[in-house]
Every structure is written in structure tokens, then in C-alpha cells.
Design a protein around this ligand. Sequence first.
Ligand SMILES: [Ca+2]
Length: 351
Amino acid sequence: MMSSPLLCILAFLFLSYSRCIAAASGNTTGGWILVWQDEFNDNSIDATKWTFESHCKPANGELQCYTDKSDNARVENGHLVINVKNEKMGNKDFTSARLKTECDPDGSFLRGRFEMRAMLPRAKHLWPAFWLIPEDEVYGGWPKSGEIDIMEYRGQETSKMSSALHYGSPHAVTNTGPMNFPGVDFSREYHIFALEWDEKQMKWYMDNKNTFTVDMNKSWGSIYKAKGQPWDQRFHIIINVAVGGNFFTGYPPLTAQDIAKWEKPTMEIDYIRVYQKATGNYKAPKTGVPSSCLLSNSAQRMGLILGTTIGGVVLIVVVSVVIFIIYRRKRRAAADSSSSSSSDQMTKPLR
Ligand SMILES: [Ca+2]
């Protein structure tokens, strides 16, 4: 048995080491291991992690088209900036961006700590969100397979935000409603929005203060066969800024005067990080990425076209070279055989 002073020294060293590791990983609570991150420190959006959803068919009665243009989403000074613009596209008056990790083979997660440090818009009827959507719709289409909203916010209420779960059939919601944070202005300061999700609970945090807790281990509706469903599957991350829509039901509609007064129609994201624990049930089979991922943004489309073109040219060159080599060999063989036959003739003794 070790003497107690030695135990004390070892315990002190172990605790200091643990704190050191936690501090180095930017983590505050025990046991979380960083498994995925984007610090947005490169010159451009990392296409291996993020896929743009570009379309003019928004849900929820929203007013924007989503694009993959740098006007709407770009990396700037170590941050991802999503910028809403008041410009015509299709039959919409606004453009914005919505990005997802669905096409990253490592970008979907069963449980974990999901964390975003961001500054939000200051503009009436803008609706930024940091949320999770099921990778595979194991329990059916939305909302049966679930939706986890880590942060939603209205651009005219800069000290409020909300969190929610959507699930079931008929559609059920468990949510906070707008939570007020006196003294906070989400549009002027960076704050950390986080969800910790394990088999027992989901716990939401704002700047590491617990704002909302939901028990997982219960029935979430008659369409599910076991407790904890649909929260037992992989989910991927979505970040976007929408304009208007039914998130603003009961609010006066957006006017041209409101748009003229928009102070900051942008969301700046410093980082997004995902942590899991070494122990605990964080395992789920990977099911690959959907084939739609290959054609989901113009950069990837260009890459595909370029790759196909280069591949085609290389194939034509290789086939041509092979045909040329075979042709030359045949010609050489024919020439050799004709010269040998003529030399045979020359050496043939006269009868
Ligand atoms: Ca950053």
C-alpha cells in the first residue's frame, strides 16, 4: 500500500494533467474528446465538410433562395460568414446560404456534444439556426425521424434564442420558446451554443450555462417501438440563415422600411466542434453518403465535369498509344517476315 503523501502527490499530478488536457482541447466538462471540427481558418469553405443546399424552394413559408455564391457564404478572418442579401432570384426577394455536413462521411453523429461559437444577425425577420437532421430517415420522413434545434433566433430580438425537438406523427414539439438573456446581445458578441446528448438526456447550454434539459429514456410517441427513438440514430449538422416564414407567425410582416434598417444581415461563425466520450454508446453504423451529394453544389458539379473530362482525355490518350504500339509491332513483324522471306529467296540455291 502506498503512503498517503505519495498518493496526494500522484492525485495532484493526475488532476493537473486532466485539467491541462481539458484546457488544451478547449473543453470544460470531463471526458469529451474532439471528434470533428471546423475552425474556419482556411481561405475558403472546406468542401469535404460542407455542402451547400442551393434552391429556391424553402420550407416554412420562408422568403429566400439559397445559393452557393461567396456573396452569401464565405470564410473571412477565421470565420464562416453567412450573408443575407435583398436581391431578386427566381420568385424570391432574398438570397442566403444553408450548409450541411451530410456529404462528409465523418459528418454525422450519434450523440455527443455539439458546439458553435457565433455572432448572430441584427435584422428584422432574419432566422439563423444551428440544428441537426437525421442522416437516414429510419422512422420515416420529417418529422418522424426527428429534428434537433440547438439554436434558433429572431433578428429583431437580440437577447433571446430558443431550442427545440421536432418528432412524431402527428408532428410534436418539445421546445423552450424564446428564452431571454438579460444583458446579452447575440448580434454584438460571440456566444457558445451547445447541446450535450447522451442515452439519458439532452442538455442545451448557452456559454456553458444549462438552459434546457430533456430526458431521452421515454416513449416519444406511438409510432416508435422503443424508448429513446427516434434519438438513437446518426444526425448531421445544418447551419443557415432564413428570411421570414412561419417562425415569425404573430409578428408584423417584413416591410421595405424594415429591410432598409437592417443593421447586420450576417451570422459569423468562429467554429463548430463535435465531441464524444470514450465510454458510452456513441457507435452507429455508417451508411455512406447519398448519391445526391455528388451533384449538390456547383463547385462539386464543376469538379465532377472536370474530373470526367480529364478522365476521358487520359483514357483516349492511353487507348491511342496502345493501338499505335500494337500497329507498329504488327508493321515491324510484317516487315521482318517479308525481309526474311526475301533473304530466304536470295539464299535459296538454284536448282
Ligand atoms: Ca475560427
